[in-house]
Design a protein around this ligand. Structure first.
Ligand code: GLC
Ligand code: MG
Length: 590
């Protein structure tokens, strides 16, 4: 499956392919901004003062697909509770749960009909409380999804709003007259295909929806809406949530004058013209809301975190708006997830840019999630995929960014899109077939063992089929194999926790001219060992040597910490080592 058909990627592609002038302009701005930013001591903070989310390994769980406990073929909260020991053993500090609130499931939970209950197919409030309690006992925090941009059309707020033009909640959503008979108010398009406006015959006005018709957008210019959503946040914080991943945050506001969006050349997978979402995305008003939300969460103990789902091609702009440490601590770096092939220069440039961007405190990296094809096949070359999975794991876990895993990546789960259109569950996959097969491929059930449905469910068939690859790729098999991807993740996470250089160290790019090997130093701010990392991003053996004197490293050898494949020596001379194809080297230096 091509990443290009996916939501975020499509946005960047549109920019890159169709608006080169805009991109150049953005780059020039970035450089200017970088040059004028003062260095900060932030990356040198020590753990005594560092907040928990800075060192946390976050694990995204799609509850529908993680573990079914009642045999209905759908994952649930008690299933997650049952697997907490596995997560503890893996070394996870926090789980992010995608929505499990009552929902008609048009967008599998991102269409919420009641924000302060649990959907019966996922369990009860008592199940949630037990999950939160059991997670806490294991020092695992629970981050929830705050779907603030839109509700389900079955939410009582919307039902009231649509009931009449003068209903008190009318203004909670965005209602407008059509331009003329049968004509929507303007040319805005839904991210999921077709016009972003749907006519409601009852009151003969259109309502706006950035996503599916069944997901009407809330009107964030209305203060009652803000209060209602902040109350939702308070509700979950007081039940033990450690913070929120805020869904589609960049889409909260639209141009009040309803100006038409610029049309770009070409069409997308849904047959619509490509469009720049200029008047419906990243409006400056979003920042104001984030500040208010920050105040709300700061009223709760435990230093709750805010993570923003926002895509912005310019990293400085992204962090200015979504993460200056005064509101969102962790702005998701979509750019990182979108470097779509192994390229040392591409990753070096990006990590550099992120690292030197002092507007933001802490980068946030991920490769896979419930909207994007999995990394195992995205970066895999068809022959060395398992080794490449270990390499990308190192890239994710050994920089100073807060890393986020997506369930199943630690066992090398494979993206498995439906073979036939009639099997597709995700509505955009039906609409976009076969160009865009939707997101089912990255949402297949977690593979636990070799029993029925890979141990996910005892039902005959699970809500999505388990890929045949489960027989070799599952937790039970990989736990026993010392060379498995799973055991590699465990070692990496342990190392990240125990090695002060990896935990606290700054990021310093090394060997900048190398076309094939990406290498960096994590310089320990305290006395003691620092860490060097080298990743061979090519299918050939590559030699690398380091001169680290200017970085304050005096010894000429490294002590290998985690390496592979085929590296078992006790010492590595900095004058040169050879890395196997897609080989990984992590070593301690002093
Ligand atoms: C976010 C979610 C995605 C959902 C969309 C609409 O992008 O990650 O799964 O479809 O918002 O809520
Ligand atoms: Mg179930």
């Amino acid at each position: 499956m091509k990443l290009g058909v996916h939501r975020v990627a499509a946005f960047f592609l549109a920019l890159l392919l169709n608006a080169p002038a805009a991109v150049c302009h953005a780059n020039a701005q970035t450089k200017h901004a970088l040059a004028t930013l003062a260095p900060s001591a932030d990356s040198h903070q020590q753990s005594a003062v560092a907040p928990w989310w800075k060192h946390a390994v976050i694990y995204e769980i799609y509850p529908r697909s993680f573990q079914d406990s009642d045999g209905d073929g759908v994952g649930d909260l008690s299933g997650i509770t049952k697997r907490l020991d596995y997560l503890k053993d893996l070394g996870i500090d926090a789980i992010w749960l995608t929505p499990m609130f009552p929902s008609p499931q048009v967008d599998f939970g991102y269409d919420i009909s009641d924000y302060t209950s649990i959907d019966p197919q996922y369990g009860t409030m008592a199940d949630f409380d037990r999950l939160a309690r059991e997670a806490k006992q294991r020092n695992i925090r629970v981050i929830m999804d705050l779907v603030a941009n839109h509700t389900s059309d079955q939410n009582s707020w919307f039902k009231e709003s649509r009931s009449s033009r003068n209903n008190p909640k009318r203004d909670w959503y965005i209602w407008r007259d059509g331009k003329g008979p049968g004509q929507p108010p303007n040319n805005w398009l839904s991210w999921f295909g077709g016009s972003a406006w749907t006519l409601d015959p009852k009151t003969n006005q259109y309502y706006y929806h950035y996503f599916y018709t069944e997901q009407p957008d809330l009107n964030w210019r209305n203060t009652e809406v803000r209060k209602a959503m902040y109350d939702v946040a308070r509700f979950w914080l007081s039940r033990g949530a450690a913070g929120f991943r805020i869904d589609a945050i960049s889409r909260l506001f639209e141009d009040p004058n309803l100006r038409d969006d610029p049309i770009l050349p070409g069409t997308n997978a849904y047959g619509d013209p490509n469009i720049e979402h200029k008047y419906t995305d990243n409006l400056p008003e979003v920042h104001e809301v984030l500040r208010e939300l920050r105040k709300v969460v700061d009223g709760y103990p435990g230093n709750p975190v805010l993570i923003s789902e926002a895509d912005q091609p310019n990293i400085v702009e992204l962090t200015k708006m979504y993460g200056q440490n005064d509101e969102v601590q962790l702005p998701m770096d979509f750019q990182f997830a979108l470097v779509n092939r192994l390229s040392a220069p591409a990753f070096r440039k990006l990590i550099d840019e992120i690292d030197r961007n002092r507007v933001s405190g802490q980068p946030y990296f991920f490769f896979s999630n419930h909207d994007q094809p999995r990394q195992w096949d995205r970066y895999g070359d068809g022959q060395n995929n398992d080794q490449i999975a270990k390499l990308t794991a190192t890239l994710l876990l050994a920089t100073r960014a807060t890393p986020q895993l997506y369930y199943g990546e630690e066992i090398g789960m494979v993206t498995t899109p439906p073979a036939r259109k009639e099997d597709v569950k995700d509505p955009i996959g039906k609409l976009g077939w076969p160009k865009d097969k939707g997101r089912d491929g990255e949402r297949t059930p977690m593979q636990w063992d070799t029993t029925r449905n890979a141990g996910f469910s005892t039902k005959e068939t699970a809500w999505l089929p388990v890929p045949p690859s489960y027989e070799m790729r599952n937790v039970a098999v990989e736990e026993k194999d010392p060379n498995s991807i799973l055991n590699f993740y465990k070692k990496l996470i342990t190392l990240r926790r125990s090695q002060p250089g990896l935990r606290e160290g700054s990021y310093e790019a090394l060997n900048r001219q190398d076309e094939h090997v990406l290498s960096w130093l994590r310089k320990n701010p305290l006395q003691g060992e620092s860490v060097i990392v080298a990743l061979n991003m090519s299918g050939e053996p590559r030699r690398i040597s380091w001169d680290l004197k200017s970085h304050g490293i005096k010894q000429l050898i490294a002590r290998p910490l985690l390496t592979g494949p085929g590296w078992d020596r006790a010492e590595a001379p900095l004058s040169g080592i050879t890395l196997a194809p897609f080989g990984v080297f992590i070593g301690a230096v002093q």
